[in-house]
Ligand binder design. Structure first.
Ligand SMILES: C[S@@+](CC[C@H](N)C(=O)[O-])C[C@H]1O[C@@H](n2cnc3c(N)ncnc32)[C@H](O)[C@@H]1O
Length: 294
């Protein structure tokens, strides 16, 4: 993580002492705002990543950094803090079994539901730069090329405005597309090359998706229930209480028999566990008790 430079060493203040108290201050802030759990073993990593932010902002200490975050003008810094503490790593058809299951098993049920005049909603709830949402939309189109004719939409949200901007543009390096199995490639990129080694997502695919910013730990404005929720490789950063609460909120946000896909190293926990039936690898279906149905 150290930067190499041929210039003279930076002055002492740029080394930024990082005491256990400073680490606690950052962890408490990250926990309170985003539900993140920073293990003490991550102290050195947090120090090196955030030292870059202190340098960029020309601040002298971690206390000054926390003071800035507490003020309204520190709002713009929040995405940088979050990016430094988590990762946006993602790729198309990551954990491909979820998209195969969506195409082969879930989509036919949802398309029948839509054909009966019902709205169908899917949610990529920590979508990063958007590849997950485009993969979901591609799975729907693979199941039925006429999917656009129905009221079927994918909502894609992330806390980080930078990644949402990229997701909304839907233009990716060609190598990312080249790495996808051929059968899926043609579903993504009917629009053709965008030039400069980049490829744009198919406009019909884009029309199925709405992108927006959302902190999973805050209130959710969406009114309508979801038929499918993907929440993959984000909850792993949350503390246990926040994770359990999140699974419970997903249970409440899902329609009867709705599906929840989680990341390969994540596990359901807490009171909502009994509400979900495991139906495949990190794939769950809500089973609401008869008494809960209204
Ligand atoms: C590793 S990426 C996962 C992307 C995608 N779901 C996948 O599995 O490939 C984790 C994403 O979670 C987002 N994230 C972290 N904390 C969040 C929060 N409290 N609310 C919403 N998104 C969050 C990060 O911004 C990041 O884009």
């Amino acid at each position: 993580m150290m930067e190499t430079t041929s210039q003279a060493p930076l002055p002492e203040r740029h080394d930024f002492a990082f005491s256990d108290r400073d680490f606690r201050m950052i962890s408490d802030l990250a926990n309170g705002r985003y539900g993140l759990f920073l293990q003490p073993s991550k102290k050195a990593l947090v120090h090196s990543r955030l030292a870059k932010r202190l340098r960029a902002l020309n601040l002298g200490s971690f206390q000054e950094y926390c003071d800035l975050l507490a003020r309204p003008e520190g709002n713009d810094e929040q995405p940088h803090l979050l990016s430094a503490l988590t990762t946006n790593v993602t790729h198309f058809f990551r954990e491909v079994h979820h998209f195969e299951y969506l195409r082969d098993t879930i989509a036919p049920i949802l398309i029948a539901k839509a054909k009966n005049g019902h709205a169908v909603r899917l949610w990529s709830s920590a979508c990063s730069t958007g590849q997950e949402a485009y993969s979901m939309a591609a799975a729907l189109v693979a199941a039925d090329p006429a999917v656009h004719q129905h009221d079927i939409k994918v909502l894609a949200t992330d806390i980080d405005p930078k990644v949402i901007k990229i997701a909304r543009e839907g233009v990716y390096p060609s190598e990312q597309i080249a790495a996808i199995p051929a059968q899926w490639q043609s579903r993504l990129t009917a629009s053709g090359p965008a030039g400069c080694g980049k490829i744009a997502m198919d406009d019909r695919l884009k029309s199925l998706i709405s992108f927006g910013e959302l902190n999973l730990v805050d209130a959710w404005p969406m009114q309508r229930k979801f038929d499918v929720i993907f929440c993959r490789n984000a909850a792993i950063y949350f503390d246990k209480t926040t994770q359990a609460r999140l699974w419970q909120r997903f249970a409440s946000a899902l329609a009867d028999d709705g599906y929840l896909m989680i990341g390969h190293s994540e596990r359901l926990s807490g009171p909502s566990q009994g509400a979900f039936k495991n139906i495949g690898i990190t794939t769950y279906q809500l089973q609401r008790n008869e008494g809960d149905k209204k």
